[in-house]
Design a protein around this ligand. Structure first.
Ligand code: SAH
Length: 285
């Protein structure tokens, strides 16, 4: 357990007060993507309540004897109700525990961290919040895709392909997004992708627009599918891809041809050093 835990550098780290709930983002998977605040909290917590997308290797870094509680979906069983998780956190904090609430990615990005934190504050429980690297940015980086690139986009939209009803979100103005956002990064979008891509194409996006689907980003079994808006849903099905996946729509996805650093570290050459066709040549003189 803790023998394996990395040491924290010298710094005036926050002390984890008993009765506090510390909401922390674990990052998209690779344990190295959690923050030092996260590690500091792990080393002090009495109990860690974690979600399905948290890499369990991180739990090895906890204080010996710290309790761990799994609060995600497993083996097809229904997930614990959000209300029950919040009540559990309130109860643990009320018992004077140092409660670490560890969530995948960033807790405030499509992770219900905002709702949980609100419930805690309403119950009078003190909280601390430490952000994490969200899959929609950090996960793409592991696929060699920058979320913004000066030659492609001055704006990026993050959206969820699901809403509370489990349907494609009805509140999204697809026309506005199709027109206003050169890059669209989608969480939880595999299920409704055929519908989503059809709406974007109907709103004027090109069927040939590049799309990358990044599954299990930053983990050793990460896989990346390069496809297009018109063929993405079919290709995902044909490849049997499963969540968790981040889907990136837009020409930044082409940058992977140059920046697939994970592949390059394994010996694959860059496929193209000017995938945007801008003629940009590094001037290093
Ligand atoms: N709070 C998280 C998102 C939670 S919603 C964050 O900030 O990243 C869950 C969705 O996040 C998944 O369905 C998937 O779309 C995305 N996701 C999380 N981890 C991922 C990973 N390692 N690879 C690809 N997608 C991931």
């Amino acid at each position: 357990m803790t023998e394996k835990a990395p040491a924290l550098p010298d710094h005036d780290w926050p002390v984890f007060a008993p009765g506090l709930v510390w909401l922390i983002g674990a990052g998209p998977g690779d344990p190295g993507l959690m923050t030092l605040h996260g590690l500091n909290a792990l080393r002090q917590a009495d109990v860690i309540v974690y979600d399905a997308l948290v890499d369990e290797r991180l739990l090895d870094w906890r204080r010996p004897g710290a309790e761990v509680i799994y609060a995600g979906k497993r083996g097809g069983k229904p997930s614990p109700k959000q209300r029950d998780i919040s009540l559990r956190l309130i109860e643990l904090a009320g018992a004077g525990k140092r409660v670490l609430r560890l969530k995948g990615g960033d807790p405030f990005v499509f992770g219900r961290g905002g709702e949980e934190a609100q419930t805690l504050v309403q119950a009078g429980v003190p909280i601390r919040v430490t952000p994490g690297i969200t899959a929609g940015i950090g996960g793409l980086a592991y696929a060699g895709i920058p979320a913004t690139h000066r030659d492609v986009n001055q704006a990026v939209t993050f959206l969820t392909g699901h809403d509370q009803s489990g349907l494609a979100p009805s509140s999204i103005d697809w026309e506005a997004i199709a027109k206003g956002s050169p890059v669209i990064v989608m969480y939880m979008a595999i299920k409704h992708l055929a519908q989503i891509t059809a709406r974007l194409i109907a709103a004027g996006r090109q069927a040939g627009e590049p799309v990358a689907v990044v599954c299990r980003a930053s983990l050793p079994d990460m896989s990346v599918l390069e496809t297009t808006l018109g063929t993405a849903a079919r290709d995902i099905e044909a490849a049997g891809l499963e969540p968790p996946a981040i889907i990136c729509i837009g020409r930044v996805a082409l940058m992977r041809q140059t920046l697939d650093w994970v592949g390059q570290l394994q010996g694959e050459p860059a496929r193209n050093t000017d995938p945007l066709g801008t003629g940009r040549i590094a001037d290093v003189s």
